[in-house]
Design a protein around this ligand. Structure first.
Ligand SMILES: Cc1ncc(COP(=O)(O)O)c(C=O)c1O
Length: 454
């Protein structure tokens, strides 16, 4: 597939002309850091992200071709896309005469979901993990989803959308294909936070949510593709009503800066050419094999690293080896290896084809050199659904005060969430903080939180 790179080309030409830049940004292309020349604004010919009809539109059409569905750029991460997706859900509900839509969401939603719920004043019902699980994973079976949707339908509260996070931070994925069939059977939209899974489309058998029936989905391109931080995609299901598709840009604009970064746009543009090459798909497959080989070695050595649904993430569960995740992360750091995420129970390592064979060997060697210790018997507190007292929005807008968590039992959370790392809610705005939440705060080292003033 031959893919153009119109944004990159435009900026190269622009730089080559050495124009006197009497426009923003203030650095005028002069170099303090080394890349300012590439950082332009919406000058003539450079198009405009939210009214794209030139080079940005061409580049987004390339991305749409690659993903096989209408795809729009975000320069402010999946966070911007999540807000846009929920705005589109709200518009969709309005068309059906529903003023205050209900969203049925997996409890391991990223905190951005809650800020969007608060901004848009949506109603949320939570899907909790079906079996004993921590806060980060939320396995939902098609059968479980049928039960929840049937219950809500019987109560006359069928949601407008189901919202799921897949892959989650640990590398678990839900069965989007079967879950989307369930949603569509009830006439409900399926919205997926695929922040961690842009690359899934380019595996030999795509496991990207848009290829499995999702209606709306976001990818943080910057998390798993060679794209600058902030670059993300909003994907729209081809079968969604035309009016909704045509409002995607407006939805993104509602939550975005009026000064989108052209460094990020160039990066999104340039990656299209890379993704179009057959080499990229095969380098992903190769990388997945190398990650699997490393995982098996570690696992055989006794470092618990179960197979992940997501092939480019390696998640270590080191208690059995005698360590917390934080201790393993520190061991790696002392050897100049930085993990993506660590908490008391896990260490998460993320790979892309940019990681070399030599890097993999070094990582494996370092992890195999971790001396085994007596097992730790440590367990995160169980997830106990807190009592909901007010809506998210009401709580966000209420007078509030920040207190040590030990003084917060019985109080209602005002902040969007208090989350365990990485930004997954323990308690959500408008919920009452109880003793089990307190135990969880202490486990994850949360010391203060903002509660509604009494
Ligand atoms: C599951 C999930 N969703 C959404 C986000 C927000 O993505 P971004 O940082 O691209 O705005 C994150 C960020 O870590 C995430 O982990």
């Amino acid at each position: 597939m031959k893919i153009t790179t119109p944004i990159v080309d435009f900026i190269q030409t622009y730089i080559g002309k050495h124009p006197l830049r009497l426009h923003m940004p203030g650095h005028k292309g002069a170099s303090l850091l080394g890349f300012e020349a590439y950082d332009i604004t919406e000058v003539a010919g450079a198009d405009s992200l939210y009214e794209a009809e030139g080079i940005i539109r061409e580049s987004e059409s390339n991305a749409s071709l690659l993903f096989g569905c209408p795809t729009y750029y975000s320069t402010e991460g999946s966070s911007q896309c999540i807000r846009a997706m929920l705005y589109l859900v709200a518009l969709y509900a309005r068309e059906q005469g529903i003023d205050r839509p209900l969203v049925l969401a997996g409890r391991n939603a990223h905190k951005t979901f809650l800020s969007a719920v608060g901004l848009l004043d949506l109603d949320v019902e939570w899907l909790y993990p079906e079996h004993e699980h921590g806060y980060l994973a939320c396995p939902i079976s098609p059968h479980g989803l049928v039960n929840e949707l049937t219950r809500l339908e019987t109560e006359g509260r069928l949601p407008t959308a189901v919202y799921l996070t897949s892959p989650d931070y640990l590398g678990n994925m839900v069965d989007v294909e079967r879950l989307s069939a369930v949603c569509h059977g009830f006439g409900v939209l399926l919205v997926v936070d695929n922040a961690h899974g842009a690359y899934l489309h380019f595996l030999p058998d795509s496991r990207h949510p848009m290829d499995l029936g999702a209606d709306l989905c976001c990818d943080s391109a910057h998390k798993t593709l060679p794209v600058l931080t902030g670059g993300a995609y909003l994907h729209i299901g081809a079968h969604l009503p035309m009016e909704l598709k045509s409002q995607a840009k407006q939805a993104l604009a509602l939550f975005g800066s009026t000064s989108p970064s052209y460094l990020i746009l160039q990066s999104l543009d340039a990656v299209n050419a890379l993704l179009a090459s057959q080499d990229y798909a095969s380098s992903l497959t190769e990388m997945a094999k190398r990650v699997e080989a490393c995982r098996i070695k570690l696992h055989e050595h006794g470092l618990h690293a179960p197979a992940n649904d997501e092939p480019l993430k390696l998640t270590l569960y080191p208690h059995h080896h005698g360590y917390t995740g934080i201790e393993v992360a520190q061991y790696l750091r002392e050897r100049n290896i930085e993990c993506e995420f660590a908490d008391p129970d896990h260490v998460v390592l993320m790979f892309t084809p940019a990681i070399t064979d030599g890097d993999m060997e070094r990582l494996t060697e370092v992890l195999l050199s971790l001396p085994r210790r007596a097992p730790l018997f440590l367990c995160p507190p169980p997830l106990v659904p807190p009592e909901r007292v007010t809506t998210v929005r009401e709580a966000l807008l209420s007078p509030s005060e920040e207190l040590p968590v030990t003084k917060c039992v019985g109080r209602v959370l005002a902040a969007a969430t208090v989350g365990c790392p990485p930004a997954v809610p323990i308690v959500v705005s408008g919920e009452r903080i109880d003793e089990s939440a307190l135990a969880c705060f202490s486990y994850y080292g949360v010391e203060f939180c903002r509660v509604i003033t009494e």
